[in-house]
Design a protein around this ligand. Structure first.
Ligand SMILES: [Fe+2]
Ligand SMILES: [Fe+2]
Length: 475
């Protein structure tokens, strides 16, 4: 079961050939997907030969094969982790019952909504990033961008497979709609706001893949616990691909920091103007980008109190991060959780029923995880002997969802008034001139082994190739 059939039109490890109706439906969707890729995939890239990895099996060891591929010919397909015999539901009201191999009628609408919302983010990020190839800082980075893009395309396939197989006609219609919405478009935008924001430059891209793809990781981890077994198996395999996306983000930001610190030491200055004149991104600007991407991303977890979150959990649709590793009763009925509320002009913690706070639980797990990379970035600064540390802002900073929406909070967590916010926002969030400066650095570097001035080369290449390897051939 773990080996992938590449001989059929749609590569898969789900015996697609045995389900003619499904196969036909997906084969009808396939050309629409390709025309979406041609219109909205990476700009001007269709003839390039890109050194990409392709899944050859879903075994944890060595599932990838590397080679030059033209992206429109990438073998997108349907790969599920192998079924676990006798898998049981391990949380919620159905705890201990057999996992579902089909969608129970009463959960159909909610499951469809969960799958569509997840599915919508995948093509959205490809659309957000489609112009970045024109300003890649190196062939290595260009290749990584394209790898992320083709895998987000495959994640769309993963969700569309579930819609087609388990949701009949509604599912097929949702599959079409996923190709019709457009990131940032007024009349038919993507579902979640962070996926309608532009990704205008490579610093944004690295921050996005570090912070926002990590939101993807947490959502997928929660879905990988699902009582609906096909969803659990699909998302488990998606997670193996997601790890690389976060690596691209973490190492990308790290290389930007490394280069900036190098120039700071060469010029013996921390003056942003002098550093900008030298063509590198000053650390306060990096901090503002970090503040922006962190705050926009934690909004993606939804309202801090949500009856939907309680329903999704209790009915077994969506678990917690690492549900299986937790020592509680996995039903949480009498449990409480502390969330932040504004009371008399101050942020205070208040206890609410845990089941209603599960979005907040997932957000807090995410925050713990994302702080790890920030401390690794700080190690780079520390090693350069520079007295500056990056910091994730307080979770109430710059929020637009839940009870913290609309409250003005400084990055250190102080509740402030409108006036103070306006006086300092340019120190806390990227300004027009920050973005214009970062944009001014973006130039295309396509000579093998050359890297743009604002970013250090990576330590090692992809798949043990050298860093001056020809990762993309333009023909
Ligand atoms: Fe994805
Ligand atoms: Fe991703």
């Amino acid at each position: 079961m773990s080996s992938i059939d590449y001989s059929s039109k749609i590569p898969n490890n789900v015996n697609l050939a045995e389900d003619r109706t499904l196969q036909r439906a997906l084969e009808q969707w396939q050309p629409n997907y390709l025309s979406w890729w041609n219109d909205m995939g990476p700009d001007g890239s269709h003839g390039f030969d890109v050194y990409l990895r392709t899944a050859t099996s879903v075994d944890p060891q060595g599932w990838a094969q590397f080679g030059y591929v033209k992206m429109p010919e990438y073998r997108w397909g349907i790969f599920l982790n192998p079924a676990e015999a006798g898998r049981k539901i391990h949380f919620g009201d159905h705890l201990g019952e057999d996992a579902w191999q089909d969608v129970p009628g009463e959960h159909r609408a909610n499951l469809r909504r969960i799958i569509v919302t997840q599915g919508d983010t995948e093509p959205a990020s490809v659309e957000q990033q489609r112009h970045l190839g024109l300003t890649a800082p190196s062939l290595y980075d260009l290749r990584n961008l394209f790898q992320v893009n083709v895998e987000e395309g495959r994640h769309l396939w993963a969700m569309v497979y579930l819609l087609h197989k388990y949701f009949g006609r509604d599912g097929r219609e949702e599959g079409e709609a996923l190709l019709e919405r457009r990131s940032g478009q007024q009349d038919n935008p993507r579902i979640l706001q962070a996926f309608n924001e532009p990704t205008p430059d490579w610093l944004s891209f690295f921050m996005f893949t570090y912070f926002t793809d990590r939101d993807g990781k947490f959502q997928l981890c929660a879905l990988a616990e699902s009582a609906f077994d096909p969803l659990a198996r699909t998302t488990r395999f998606m997670l193996t691909e997601e790890a690389h996306h976060m690596f691209v983000g973490e190492s990308g930001v790290s290389r930007v920091i490394q280069r900036t610190c190098q120039v700071m030491n060469e010029l013996r200055t921390d003056d942003p103007a002098k550093l900008r004149a030298a063509g590198v991104i000053d650390l306060p600007t990096l901090q503002r980008y970090l503040n922006f991407h962190f705050s926009v991303t934690i909004d993606l977890f939804g309202a801090d109190q949500s009856s939907n979150a309680a329903i999704f959990y209790s009915s077994g649709l969506k678990g917690r991060f690492e549900e299986g590793k937790r020592g509680d009763d996995h039903q949480l009925r009498g449990d409480a959780y502390r969330i932040l509320q504004l009371r008399d002009g101050r942020l205070v913690e208040e206890e609410v029923p845990m089941l209603n706070a599960l979005n907040e639980v997932l957000r807090d797990d995410y925050i713990t995880d994302s702080v790890g990379g920030v401390s690794r970035w700080n190690k780079v600064i520390e090693k350069a002997g520079i007295d500056f540390r990056l910091k994730t802002p307080h979770k109430a900073f710059h929020r637009n969802i839940g009870s913290l929406a609309g409250i003005k909070v400084a990055p250190d967590g102080r509740v402030i008034d409108e006036q103070e916010w306006n006086a300092h926002v340019a120190e806390w969030l990227p300004t027009e001139s920050d973005r214009a400066f970062v944009a001014s650095l973006m130039g295309r570097v396509i000579e093998p082994g050359k890297y743009a001035n604002w970013i250090a080369p990576p330590m090692v290449g992809i798949n043990r190739q050298p860093i001056d390897f020809e990762y993309v051939r333009f023909n």
